[in-house]
Design a protein around this ligand. Structure first.
Ligand code: ATP
Length: 216
């Protein structure tokens, strides 16, 4: 296969993260409405676990062939195998993260062809995994805990206990905000949120247009 020459067009990579129910996806859709492409890392990780041959081989090698059934990942079997075992969770992450990283780089190259001013990478654990360090800027979406729990119980068929368990794997808003270049406080209505997104969009465009160095 002929390899495409990497584009020389520079594009700023902006990470976007936030705790469960903070409104990351809602914010990303608003950026998409402004013409900014978004890489949804968590969805893409699931896709890669089903389709990337090298990653599938590695997962089978470490967690057993029967984690895949007729070519389909059996998430329940895999979850049972890593359940409550920090070392196994870390091992799985060490297999998935490089695959997502490579996939992100390929995706960014594709976006460069479209001459977009910047791109977004959305993931729940950007700060926790340290992946944000490979990005130029970071947006953190925050909301009060109670609001987040209410939003998720309304959106998903889940319990408060399950939501709290997921929250325990995530850093607090306070910790995440320490690494942020932009903070979206999503504790009001959607119109307020859209205005906030527009403000950040314009601030990033200013960086792009002024050619301000963005490397962290
Ligand atoms: P997760 O981490 O679970 O993927 P998330 O951070 O991506 O969550 P969203 O799915 O964007 O969060 O938002 C959670 C729910 O709250 C959704 O149903 C969304 O429509 C709603 N929501 C988000 N922000 C607001 C807001 N400002 N006003 C009203 N509803 C909101």
């Amino acid at each position: 296969m002929k390899r495409r020459k990497p584009s020389t067009h520079k594009v700023i990579k902006v990470g976007i993260t936030g705790g469960i129910g903070s409104g990351k996806t809602t914010v990303c859709k608003m950026f998409e409405d402004l013409g900014i492409p978004v890489y949804y890392a968590d969805d893409r990780a699931k896709y890669l676990m089903h389709h990337e041959h090298h990653l599938i081989d590695e997962i089978k090698k470490h967690f057993g062939d029967d984690v895949y059934e007729n070519g389909r990942l059996n998430r329940k079997v895999l979850a049972d195998r890593v359940f409550n075992d920090k070392a196994k969770v870390a091992l799985l992450n060490s297999l998935v993260h490089p695959a997502v990283f490579r996939d992100t780089e390929r995706w960014v190259e594709d976006q460069k062809e479209k001459k977009v001013p910047y791109v977004l990478k959305e993931a729940a654990l950007l700060v926790e995994t340290g992946s944000y360090k490979a990005l130029d800027k970071l947006i953190v979406v925050t909301a009060p805990l109670q609001v987040r729990i209410e939003r998720v119980t309304q959106r998903d068929d889940t319990t408060v206990t399950e939501i709290e368990a997921r929250m325990r794997n995530q850093l607090s808003d306070e910790e995440k905000v320490k690494q942020a270049d932009f903070v979206v406080e999503n504790d009001d209505g959607l119109e307020q949120l859209r205005a906030e997104v527009l403000r950040i969009h314009e601030a990033i465009l200013l960086l792009v247009n002024q050619n301000i160095p963005v490397e962290k």
